[in-house]
Design a protein. Structure first.
Length: 183
């Protein structure tokens, strides 16, 4: 792949930033025209780089997933397994809360190799964090990474439908308490 000209690179950065904000704020249904408007470019500029809105969403989600995976890898290398697991759960919950397209979009864009690869990386790190927390006796042994992902994502989505702005925090606290082994 050839290097982008400076103006093309700048436009790509503007489009990705605008798309990231628009998907986070408005969800997957935001129009490409709205993203282009926010980026200050024509919609043709968006489509020259991303042939579909799904391809654009996949590019944004890959970046988000890679950020989460990078942080998860740091947590794996850290000390206390229980604290590392809890921090990862909070990071994942915050990602879902902050970005309306994150939880829904990952499932919508799994057909894109870059999203699938980044998701596998997050999943693998989450699995190590979970296993370490289970070995330390901080999390029930019957819990899977898929359980954690489903519970956290679903609780944040459910909280979005409430009048209580911070309900998601309470839901995540309940989930974390429920993942602990019985005394």
């Amino acid at each position: 792949m050839s290097a982008l000209r400076a103006d093309a690179r700048r436009n790509l950065e503007l489009v990705l930033e605008a798309a990231s904000q628009a998907f986070a704020e408005l969800g997957p249904e935001v129009s490409v025209d709205e993203i282009a408007r926010r980026a200050g470019v024509g919609h043709g500029t968006v489509f020259r780089r991303f042939p579909t809105k799904s391809a654009l969403m996949a590019a944004v989600l890959r970046l988000r997933l890679e950020e989460l995976a990078d942080r998860a890898e740091q947590l794996v290398a850290g000390g206390d397994p229980a604290a590392a697991f809890d921090e990862f759960v909070w990071l994942a919950a915050e990602a879902c809360r902050r970005d309306r397209a994150f939880f829904e979009g990952v499932a919508m864009c799994e057909g894109f190799a870059e999203v699938a690869d980044a998701k596998r990386r997050v999943h693998a790190c989450a699995g190590v964090l979970l296993a370490h927390a289970q070995e330390a006796g901080a999390v029930r042994g019957d819990v899977t990474v898929d359980d954690v992902s489903t519970l956290v994502g679903s609780s944040v989505l459910a909280a979005a439908g409430t009048r209580e702005a911070e309900a998601w925090r309470r839901y995540v606290e309940i989930i974390l308490a429920g993942l602990r082994p019985a005394p």
